[in-house]
Ligand binder design. Sequence first.
Ligand code: HEM
Length: 206
Amino acid sequence: MKDTRFAKQVLFVNSLVPLTLLLWDVYRHRVGANPLEVVTHTTGMLTLVFLSLTLAVTPARKLLGANWLIKFRRMLGLFAFFHGFLHLTTYVWFDRFFNFKSAVKDVAARTFLAVGMAAFFMMIPLAFTSTNKMVKRLGGKRWNLLHKLVYLSGGLGALHYWMLVKSDTRLPLTFAFVIALLLGFRLFVKYYGDRRAPAGSIVPPS
Ligand code: HEM
C-alpha cells in the first residue's frame, strides 16, 4: 500500500483549520451578538461533515479501487468525535454553566437534544476501539459489526439537526440523504457482491 504518512499530516493540519478560524474569530470578537450560537452551529456542522467524510471512505475506496484511502478513515472518525465532544462541551459549559442536573433535565425535556446525545454516545465506543490493538482484541468481525454504529450515529446526528431547524430543512435533509446513500452503497455491495475486494476481507483502520 502507498506510503500515506505525508498525506496524513496534511489531512491532520487541514482538519484543524475550521476550528482554528472559529477560535480566532471568537478571540477577535468577530462572531456577532451571539457567540454561543456561532460556536454551537460550527461545531455541530463540523461533527456532521466529519461523520459523513468517515462514511464516504469505504465507498470511495471501492469505487476508485483505492485501498490506501482506508488509512484516513480512523483520523476522520476521530475528528468527528473531537468536534462532537466540543459541541457537547459548548452546550454544557456556555448553555448550562456546568450545571449537570440542569443539563440532564434539559436533554430529557427536549427531544432533539436527547437524539443528539444518543448520536454522541454512539461515537464513544467507536473512538475508544479505533486503535489497531482494539481491532485485534475484538477480532475483525466483531469490530466491524460494532463500527456499523457510525451509520446510526450519523443518521441520529442528521435527525437532531432536522428537528431543531425551524424553517429551511434543506441542509439537514441533504446530510440525511448523503448518509442514506452511503449506507445504501454498503448494503448494495454486501448483497450484490464486490468484485474488487474479496468477501469478508478485513481492512484495519490505520
Ligand atoms: C453526533 C452528535 C451531534 C451532531 C452531529 C450535532 C449536530 C448539530 C448541528 C448540525 C446543529 C445545527 C447548528 C445550527 O444550524 O445552528 C446542532 C445544534 C445544536 N446542538 Fe447538536 N449535534 C450533536 C450532538 C449534540 C449534543 C450531544 C448536544 C447536547 C446535549 C447538542 C446540542 C445542540 C444545541 C443546543 C444546538 C443548538 C440548538 C439551537 O440552535 O437552538 N448536540 N447540532
